[in-house]
Design a protein around this ligand. Structure first.
Ligand code: NAD
Ligand code: MG
Length: 386
């Protein structure tokens, strides 16, 4: 690969964003950062701008525009809000957009990036959960490959690369999160710091809470259904605490292919950037002599009801996954703000799902999804204050 790829990173100050810049730095001159976007960490965004010299940056809201303009190099244009993200993704000087914003804010820019035929490296799973039924056909129509960054989906994507047969089963691995060996009765006594401390991955707050409730795996089931065009019944969740096997695919003849590496997000990020090629990386090789064994367990669906809720939403179809996702986003936010107990999160999501009117439209448009998300967030908010 000799040409230079021009990249935009939406969510550059978060866990995935910072790792993406690390990967770009290590790939040494092959990738040019043209645009960065973040919410409110102006200090880090300015540092990144001084280091990578993007043509444009965008911040979450207009309130800090003057501060941001002062902080970034004078030649860097500063945009803000949802329109700032939309302006970035359609720029003709951008080849690839890395979607590393957490939550539902990615959806509109993702649609725009696809229609502008940008290469898409997707960390944000929430957009696929809410609107996979719209995004995947749209990407096919525009000839855009959505390259997953989520480690499990990157593993599956790698296993299926060049495969002449479709998988008969997907084995989605999960480390089990911080609560795997803690009884459910103790969940509400654990501190927020404990909930946020994942045993294997260091991640943003929203996904860390999702890992503790296992809604992260629930969302990933839906993400995999859309990315790989498989039915929810074809996906088994396998608890694998060592987090070395990142997921597996089984074919009709019973052969199982998996992708293994030390748990380090720089690897799936780099694969998304260099796909379909591979480049050397800073990730350490797996030491199988030290590791000695890998273990696999069945998930405890009663202890972690979010897994069942996600499957139920996927089976219901229509706007149900968007409702699940939005109710999760709102209740996690309320938990992080200290307003609700941990065990309320699945309870609220279950209640919001059960209150949704029977969805007659099986193939919702984007406007229906935005409406359903707004409704679900409001319902969840009301339940949090009860
Ligand atoms: P994070 O909270 O660490 O970072 C989020 C980033 O998005 C920050 O830069 C923040 O400033 C920015 N942001 C938030 N709202 C914004 C807005 N409205 N406009 C512009 N920027 C905004 O989150 P993360 O852990 O990096 O996760 C990002 C996404 O990647 C999530 O969807 C998550 O599910 C997915 N993901 C993360 C990991 C991981 O290891 N962290 C692994 C797999 C998938
Ligand atoms: Mg994952």
């Amino acid at each position: 690969m000799t040409y230079m790829k021009n990249i935009a990173i939406l969510g550059s100050t978060g866990s995935i964003g910072v790792n993406t810049l690390d990967v770009i730095r290590a790939l040494d001159g092959r990738y040019r950062v043209v645009a960065l976007a973040a919410d409110s960490n102006i200090k880090l965004l300015a540092e990144q701008s001084r280091r990578f010299r993007p043509s444009v940056v965008s911040i979450g809201s207009q309130t800090r525009l003057i501060e941001a303009r002062r902080a970034v190099p004078s030649k860097t244009k500063v945009l803000f809000g949802p329109d700032g993200l939309l302006e970035i993704v359609k720029r003709p000087d951008i080849d690839m957009v890395v979607f590393a914003i957490s939550g539902t804010a990615c959806l509109a820019p993702l649609v725009s990036a696809i229609t502008h035929k940008k290469e898409v490296a997707l960390a944000n799973k929430e957009s696929l959960v809410s609107a996979g039924g719209i995004l995947m056909p749209l990407a096919r129509r525009h000839g855009v490959t959505i390259i997953p960054i989520d480690s499990e989906h990157s593993a599956i994507f790698q296993c299926l690369h060049g495969a002449r047969a479709r998988p008969s089963r997907i084995l989605l691995t999960a480390s089990g999160g911080p609560l795997r060996s803690i009884p459910k009765t103790k969940f509400d006594r654990l501190s927020r710091d404990f909930i946020l401390r994942h045993p294997k991955w260091s991640m943003g707050k929203k996904i860390s809470v999702d890992s503790a409730t296992m809604m992260n795996k629930g969302l990933e089931i839906i993400e995999a259904c859309h990315l790989f065009n498989v039915n929810e019944k074809m996906i088994d969740v396998v608890i694998h605490p060592e987090a070395v096997m990142h997921s597996m695919v089984e074919f009709v003849d019973g052969s199982v292919l998996g992708e293994m590496s030390n748990p380090d997000m720089r690897l799936p990020i780099q694969y998304a950037l260099t796909y379909p090629e591979r480049q050397p990386s800073a990730v350490k090789s797996v030491d199988f002599y030290r590791l000695r064994h890998l273990s696999f367990e069945r998930p405890d669906n009663r202890k972690f009801p979010c897994l069942g809720l996600a499957r139920q939403a996927m089976r219901s179809g229509g706007v149900s996954p968007a409702i699940l996702n939005a109710a999760d986003e709102e209740s996690v936010r309320q938990y992080l703000d200290g307003r609700i107990r941990f065990s309320k999160i699945p309870e609220i999501i279950g209640k919001v799902l059960s209150r949704q009117k029977r969805c007659l439209c099986k193939a919702p448009a984007l406007a229906d999804i935005f409406k359903a998300e707004a409704w679900a967030k409001e319902e969840a908010r009301v339940l949090c204050y009860r």
